[in-house]
Design a protein around this ligand. Structure first.
Ligand SMILES: Nc1ncnc2c1ncn2[C@@H]1O[C@H](COP(=O)(O)OP(=O)(O)OP(=O)(O)O)[C@@H](O)[C@H]1O
Ligand SMILES: [Mg+2]
Length: 473
């Protein structure tokens, strides 16, 4: 439990980027913490604790997806964000929802693999340096043939030294060669360590399976079945090595990777990946509202109810075959979200509703929230644009009344046209700074204060025009 975030810490982290929406933040923070708690209870009970899946409901552009994005960076668990609506898109028709689990376990695998790599990195680095050294200065035992500089010396001719002396001379010669090779190697090692040989050309071996051609037909559809053609057929084809010629600098990362691969145990990684997905995995099902309702709407949509029925087993708990083995979703946490504008959660099939017991509503954003969103988050628009223009030597500063004015206008435009929440701030601020963004290189060195008047002047056509939609849609 010690290095897992407490609910309060999770909320604090989310606060860095998302304004308000406290209920949603608390709900996800508790759900995440419950995962860790479950790991620490007696085994008999552990299986009984099923995840309390969450459904976040709230208008467009108020932070649902943003919470998911930030959460994924926070949790040290396999985390997949997927749009439920994607399963209704043309082109995805028939795409099986089991890919959710396969994608999640892929993420889990890469996560565990990264850790495994980090563990062997020092050793892999050391071995890679040795291989570089081998390529630059082979050891004497690897040198074969008679050095050309010997010329005619010690040829089996009449004036060759008598037998014992000849032996002696040969030993002496070999000793010298060894010494010399050793000195060359030591010299090379020092140069290499000092970074002086980075541009040297070297040759090294790369393993290459004859799979390249097979990728053509493996890509289309086989993956859907959970098989990895590469893995399956790879063992049927002999691995071939080929020699690659490149510089020391370019070879190093490749060699480190090669050595690391030799040091890690991929099967152990696969087992751990599956274990983590089954116990800690989190799936964020975005745009769930898009598959609510019975009818398919129009066009070549797949039936929405059909998609819900497809997704249901995954959410309820089932076992999916993946290339790392069977994965059970019984304890995977699902966090669903949707605007539910035109559809309601009650239009989801009952079984799916039942699987999303925790409902949190996100609030619509007020003018006050807009003011805060403009400035407070670490990635706020004001910070972003200030930094961007700073690269041109232009310093911009927003006065409080300018911020208030932008927030007020955003609110106004949202009311007059479509309410797209905080996304409105993006369109307005972009427009507000259009002129400055254009001329910035020409006014380098200037300090520009953006006040309410400036906002009003730049966005005058919006304020004056009642038919705002002409501009904003
Ligand atoms: N409460 C908030 N605090 C900070 N930024 C926000 C907030 N709400 C929305 N934003 C910003 O507005 C943009 C849109 O938000 P987001 O993608 O989370 O909307 P959403 O709620 O998922 O909407 P939709 O239902 O349309 O998918 C994001 O770039 C996000 O940073
Ligand atoms: Mg969203």
């Amino acid at each position: 439990m010690k290095d897992a975030l407490t609910p309060r810490e999770t909320v604090e982290q989310l606060d860095r980027f998302i304004v308000g929406q406290d209920k949603a933040k608390r709900a996800v923070a508790i759900a995440i913490r419950n995962r860790v708690r479950r790991q620490n209870i007696p085994e008999e009970l552990r299986d009984e604790v099923i995840p309390k899946n969450i459904l976040m409901i709230g208008p467009t552009g108020v932070g649902k997806t943003e919470i998911a994005r930030r959460l994924s960076a926070l949790v040290k668990a396999p985390f997949l964000k997927v749009e439920a609506s994607k399963f209704t898109e043309v082109g995805y028709v028939g795409r099986d929802v089991e890919s959710i689990v396969r994608d999640l376990v892929d993420i889990g695998y890469r996560m565990v693999e990264r850790e495994a790599f980090a563990e062997v990195e020092d050793e892999a680095r050391k071995r890679a340096e040795t291989r570089l050294l081998d390529a630059l200065a082979p050891t004497s035992s690897e040198q074969t043939g008679r050095p050309s500089w010997l010329g005619d010396l010690f040829n089996d001719t009449e004036d060759a030294p008598p037998e014992p002396e000849r032996q002696e001379a040969q030993y002496e010669l070999e000793r010298k060669q060894r010494d010399q090779a050793q000195r060359v190697r030591e010299f090379t090692r020092q140069r290499l360590a000092a970074g002086e040989l980075e541009d040297q050309a070297i040759e090294f071996e790369v393993e290459q399976s004859q799979m390249q051609n097979l990728q053509i037909f493996s890509a289309a559809g086989m993956e859907e079945m959970g098989f990895d053609m590469q893995d399956m057929l790879g063992s049927l084809f002999p691995r071939q090595t080929s020699t690659k010629r490149t510089t020391v600098a370019e070879a190093r990362p490749v060699l480190i990777q090669q050595e690391a691969e030799k040091l890690i145990d991929t099967q152990a990684i696969a087992r751990e990946a599956v274990r983590r997905v089954e116990n800690d995995g989190i799936v964020f099902l975005d745009e769930l509202d898009k598959i609510a309702g019975r009818e398919s709407g129009h066009g070549p949509d797949v039936s929405r109810e059909g998609v819900q029925r497809d997704i249901l087993p995954i959410v309820e708990g089932c076992t999916v075959m993946t290339k790392y083995g069977p994965v059970s979703t019984d304890h995977v946490l699902f966090i669903a979200a949707g605007a539910f504008h035109t559809t309601k959660p009650s239009e989801l099939i009952p079984e799916l509703q039942g699987r999303l017991p925790i409902r949190v509503e996100l609030d619509s954003l007020t003018q006050d929230d807009f003011e805060r969103i403009l400035q407070e988050p670490e990635n706020s628009l004001v910070r972003q644009y200030t930094a961007l223009l700073e690269t041109e030597g232009v310093e911009i500063e927003f006065t409080d009344d300018a911020i208030a004015e932008i927030a007020k206008l955003s609110q106004h435009v949202n009311e007059q046209t479509e309410n797209i929440g905080a996304r409105r701030l993006y369109t307005l601020v972009e427009r507000l700074l259009e002129e400055l963004s254009f001329v910035a290189p020409e006014i380098s060195g200037q300090h520009i204060t953006i006040d309410a008047e400036y906002v009003a002047s730049q966005l005058a056509d919006l304020v004056g025009d009642s038919d705002i939609s002409r501009y904003m849609l």
